[in-house]
Design a protein around this ligand. Sequence first.
Ligand code: FES
Length: 109
Amino acid sequence: MRGIKVVLVQNDGEARVIDNAPIGTTLMEVGRNAGVDGILGDCGGGCSCATCHVYVDADWQARVGAADEVEIATLDMVSHIVKPSSRLSCQIVLGEQLDGLKVTVAPLD
Ligand code: FES
């Protein structure tokens, strides 16, 4: 199956490039499986832990879309580091339209 390219910039400044992210998986799963620093995914993608928090690059925000009410409530747990570009990566399902997606991993605290 064809994958897409996603880029996750870690807090140490390293850009982790994943070239074969499977369509239909979430950005959290892809980042966690690749060992991206700061993507823990403690709740397994249940939108309840905020350990998969990322900042979506400005160029990609329109295509990624906005958080829903449940996600916004979870983001409130880390409100001190939430920005307008914040999303929980477990709620970003990868599709062709996100080929090239770039995000920055939020600090864990
Ligand atoms: S993995 Fe827990 S909120 Fe995303």
